[in-house]
Ligand binder design. Structure first.
Ligand SMILES: [Zn+2]
Length: 349
């Protein structure tokens, strides 16, 4: 016994035991680490495979965030692939699932904003409105939320609410003057208690303050008060409304007024209603007039497209608010030549 104790107390033996222990512990830790890493790699690979196949489920994103510590921004970027594919419901699912796991206020706010925007894109206006109102409750100076609320109230035709949002944006010293004039015009346009006659005159007054609403006014007058349009022809820059005038019914055209207006003479000569212009300063009209005189085999026609001056996207239909960048009254009309469909009496059967 004594010998053993001495042996045990031998400092060299103690050092050896110590190092052996360290070695065993390190080895075990290392092996366990390897095993864990291998296991999680296999899981991760499986997950990635599913992602490549486009099969990643909403809860997988939470898994990537909570288990694999993938950065929040990367998860958001991954989820945005749903948006690009137009799968709004799936993106919404990811945001809702992440909201349950995220604790930081900034991330929560970012997720709520994404959720609100996606509801908006998907056409769920009421839900989108609820989300942005929720954001404003704890973050009343959130510009994005206010700007989206303005879009939503405009779409829902709740113009008084839109006005309230404009006032909040004004307090944040955001230049919203143009939006305010525009919303006031929409409010007037949609007011069921004002007669067509009165509305037409009021719209003309709005137009004098804000010439950018020209197309809205011209469209309304050509629909509901043509005489007022023809009486005030000189006020308008008709190049902006070429499409309305091109498609106007023959019987609705005041040819006395047309005979005093160079551009309209060119337009209706090209259309074939009159023969009072031999050329035009607008290339497309000029080509049509020339081809008529040349008696060409190919008949040309006019078509229109619209380009947003802010985001440069091209649209086949005019909209007063660009659906792409959400700016107002930025569409520029561009006429384009097309080949006219020859109408024949022959049956195609
Ligand atoms: Zn745009």
């Amino acid at each position: 016994m004594d010998g053993l104790v001495v042996e045990y107390r031998d400092p060299l033996f103690g050092v050896m035991v110590f190092f052996t222990l360290i070695f065993v512990i390190s080895f075990l830790t290392y092996s366990f680490g390897l095993y864990k890493e291998k296991k999680s790699r296999a899981e991760y690979r499986k997950l990635l495979q599913r992602f490549e196949l486009g099969n990643l489920k909403e809860e997988d994103y939470v898994h990537l965030y909570a288990t694999y510590n993938l950065p929040f921004d990367s998860i958001i970027l991954l989820a945005s692939t749903f948006l690009h594919k137009g799968e709004y419901n799936k993106a919404i699912g990811v945001y809702l699932a992440l909201l349950e796991h995220v604790t930081e206020r900034v991330k929560k706010e970012e997720l709520l904003e994404l959720l609100g925007k996606t509801y908006f894109k998907g056409g769920f206006l009421q839900r989108s409105k609820e989300i942005f109102l929720k954001i404003l409750k704890f973050s009343p100076r959130n510009n994005n939320a206010l700007e989206y609320l303005l879009l939503i109230y405009e779409k829902l035709k709740e113009f008084d609410k839109a006005q309230e949002v404009i006032e909040s944006l004004n307090e944040l010293e955001i230049d919203i003057n143009q939006e305010e004039l525009y919303i006031q015009t929409l409010k007037l346009l949609n007011d069921p208690l004002i007669s067509f006659e009165k509305k037409s005159h009021l719209l003309l007054e709005h137009f004098k303050i804000n010439p950018d609403i020209e197309r809205i006014v011209v469209k309304y007058l050509l629909q509901f008060h043509k005489t007022l349009f023809w009486e005030n022809l000189a006020l308008f820059d008709l190049k902006k409304s070429l499409d309305f005038l091109w498609y106007l019914n023959f019987d609705d055209i005041n040819f006395d007024a047309v005979s005093k207006n160079g551009l309209l003479k060119e337009l209706y000569t090209a259309k074939g209603y009159i023969n009072e212009a031999s050329n035009s300063s607008i290339f497309e009209l000029d080509m049509i007039i020339i081809s008529k005189h040349a008696n060409s085999h190919f008949k040309t026609d006019l078509n229109f497209r619209f380009i947003c001056k802010k985001c440069k996207t091209v649209h086949p239909i005019y909209e007063s608010r660009c659906p792409h960048c959400h700016k107002i009254l930025t569409f520029k009309i561009e006429p384009e030549l097309t080949r006219k469909k020859i109408e024949t009496n022959q049956s195609l059967q």
